[in-house]
Ligand binder design. Structure first.
Ligand code: SF4
Ligand code: SF4
Length: 76
């Protein structure tokens, strides 16, 4: 499936704010380091993300992009 939330890993400073705010509890800090030496935030269960956008609003470094699935209208 298409990704709903995308992180610019190398801009993440591992503050954990997005982990705390996510109502779906799908964000975690990865077990590897990015180019700056921080554990970047990540989501693997993309299907559990509800595209609420809270993580992107809160991130102090603006490294999160959230996408909403497009609803296709059915002809009546
Ligand atoms: S958009 Fe909402 S549900 Fe999805 S990862 Fe961010 S805070 Fe969690
Ligand atoms: S809020 Fe931003 S900087 Fe902080 S852990 Fe999440 S993605 Fe990284």
């Amino acid at each position: 499936m298409e990704k709903r939330v995308v992180f610019n890993e190398n801009g993440c400073k591992s503050c954990g704010l997005c982990v705390q705010v996510c109502p779906a509890n799908v964000i975690f800090l990865a077990d590897y380091l990015n180019g700056k030496g921080y554990r970047p935030a990540a989501v693997t269960k993309q299907e559990k993300c509800i595209s609420c956008g809270k993580c992107a609003q809160l991130c102090p470094d603006s490294v999160i992009s959230v996408y909403r699935p497009v609803k296709v209208m059915q002809p009546v």
